[in-house]
Design a protein around this ligand. Structure first.
Ligand SMILES: [Fe+2]
Ligand SMILES: [Fe+2]
Length: 482
């Protein structure tokens, strides 16, 4: 057996799970590999399959130096299976089995539930690669192009992570589910991905940054909840995935930050004080702040739907079973069983939005969503500091959670971004001020022209503060004519 902190790089599949001594699982994964590569080539980044991309590859799972940077052709990326080190004597941290030794094998009574959790998580990973596959052709710089591909290969690795757990612990069912993960495709009318936001289009780079800021953050929250799992291999898998996930949110947060910064600079140079003077600002070739706000409204509301219904028996069952915990369960100080606790939930009652105390077990989705909102607010505050420093009188803010929902308490009603309920006519007449219109998309699309020169940036986005891996500003992150 290889030690969990060193990674075996000799075989086809880099891993720290002792794949060499596990012929059954190794064969299953090697059998799955060609289909995966085929998926990557047909559904992954369009073009650029032969380009040399300066990517980081995970080479260890320790806190220090877990990644190595170097040029690689994406189809030759070393997608590995990496689990965080096992902690000796770990016990199930919550639910009905709290305090019992953590499971190293699948607990029979929860097999179906666990499989479902893995499949749902696994389905989101390749979905986002599919959603982003056309973006390479319009990247605003080499730096951004490289970041897109970094996110893409890591989402590919996250798929590997879930497929490993399925193949290792679920036998034939796991093999079938692994095939299905390659068969479903984002936006496919017959075999769509499992969750709504992962079937939406990502048509431009503003959408990409919003997606990584909001929707990858849902991923972070789900991974945190699964990292608490009493099923130890899942916990260890998710703990390592979180180290990669942080970069995805960095890409989104700083992407929007740089767009805002560029818009402020252009407004200041042109002597425009009024951020709502959309036409004049657009004429400068930058994205106006009201459009950024509308895109934030859209992506926030789509992402909230991913948390599921506020009141959920499935979530209660998964917690009771010890499979899926709360955000930072290990830092919470209650009894971790939640039999007698309540939690405040926003509900629709007699035509108004009101808070109601609900049994804490039933409202775990709501709680995770609240943690998500708090995490998001911190990022928005950093966007607003750019506006503050530039002296621009505009602030980005999150819409009310009842706004534009398809799932849960507010799915059946219309609400504005302040949470005031609207009738159909009012919704129709006000929609265009709250959500991006066809015209907004056309404008953003008109800016999407590729900038391929090392060190050059499209006119609608500011350069980053620092390069990747401390590289200089004119570093060639992607060698296109390889
Ligand atoms: Fe992921
Ligand atoms: Fe991600």
């Amino acid at each position: 057996m290889s030690d969990a902190t060193t990674v075996d790089y000799d075989g086809l599949i880099p891993n720290n799970v002792g794949l060499n001594d596990d012929a059954r699982v190794r064969r299953a994964l090697e059998t799955w590999y060609p289909g995966y590569l085929d998926w990557w080539r047909t559904m992954g980044p369009e073009g650029f399959q032969d380009a040399l991309v300066y990517l980081r590859t995970a080479v260890g799972v320790g806190a220090e130096g877990w990644a190595r940077f170097g040029y690689v052709k994406m189809p030759e990326y070393r997608w590995g299976i990496l689990l965080a080190p096992q902690s000796e004597g770990r016990t199930i941290p919550f639910g009905a089995h709290k305090g019992e030794p953590a499971w190293q094998e699948v607990p029979g009574e929860y097999r179906a539930m666990l499989r479902r959790l893995l499949v749902i998580q696994g389905d989101t990973e390749p979905a986002s690669v599919e959603q982003q596959r056309h973006l390479g052709t319009t990247a605003p710089s080499q730096y951004d192009l490289r970041n897109l591909f970094q996110v893409n290969v890591e989402e590919g690795r996250h798929l590997w992570a879930m497929v490993y757990l399925l193949q290792k612990y679920f036998g034939r069912d796991g093999r079938e589910e692994s095939e299905e993960l390659l068969r479903r495709h984002s936006g496919d009318p017959d075999t769509p991905r499992m969750l709504g936001a992962f079937n939406e289009r990502t048509p431009d780079w503003l959408s990409f940054f919003m997606f990584t800021f909001f929707t990858d953050r849902d991923g972070k929250m789900q991974l945190h909840a699964l990292a608490q799992s009493g099923f130890d291999p899942l916990s260890r898998t998710c703990r390592f995935m979180l180290t990669e996930e942080a970069h995805h949110m960095f890409v989104g947060e700083t992407g929007i930050q740089r767009i805002i910064q560029r818009t402020c600079e252009a407004m200041s140079t042109a002597g425009i004080d009024d951020p709502t003077d959309v036409e004049r600002i657009r004429a400068l070739g930058v994205i106006d702040l009201p459009t950024i706000q509308k895109k934030a409204n859209l992506h926030f509301s789509l992402t909230l739907d991913l948390f599921g219904s506020e009141i959920s028996t499935n979530a209660a069952n998964a917690f009771n079973a010890g499979l899926k915990g709360r955000y930072r369960e290990d830092r919470l100080t209650d009894d971790h069983r939640l039999r007698d606790n309540t939690y405040p939930v926003l509900r629709l009652k007699d035509g108004t939005v009101a808070e109601e105390d609900v049994p804490a077990l039933s409202s775990l989705n709501m709680r995770l969503r609240d943690d998500f909102v708090a995490d998001t607010e911190a990022g928005i505050a950093r966007w607003n500091r750019v506006l503050e420093r530039a002296g621009v009188e505009y602030r980005i803010r999150l819409p009310h959670v009842a706004f534009n929902r398809r799932i849960g308490e507010f799915a059946a009603v219309h609400a504005d971004t302040d949470g005031r309920l609207l009738d159909d006519a009012a919704w129709q007449s006000r929609k265009a001020e709250m959500l991006p219109t066809a015209d907004d998309y056309r404008f953003v699309q008109s800016l999407m022209r590729p900038e391929r020169e090392p060190g050059a940036y499209a006119g609608w986005i500011a350069p980053p503060r620092a390069g990747i891996d401390n590289k200089p500003g004119d570093f060639e992150y992607v060698k296109i004519a390889a």
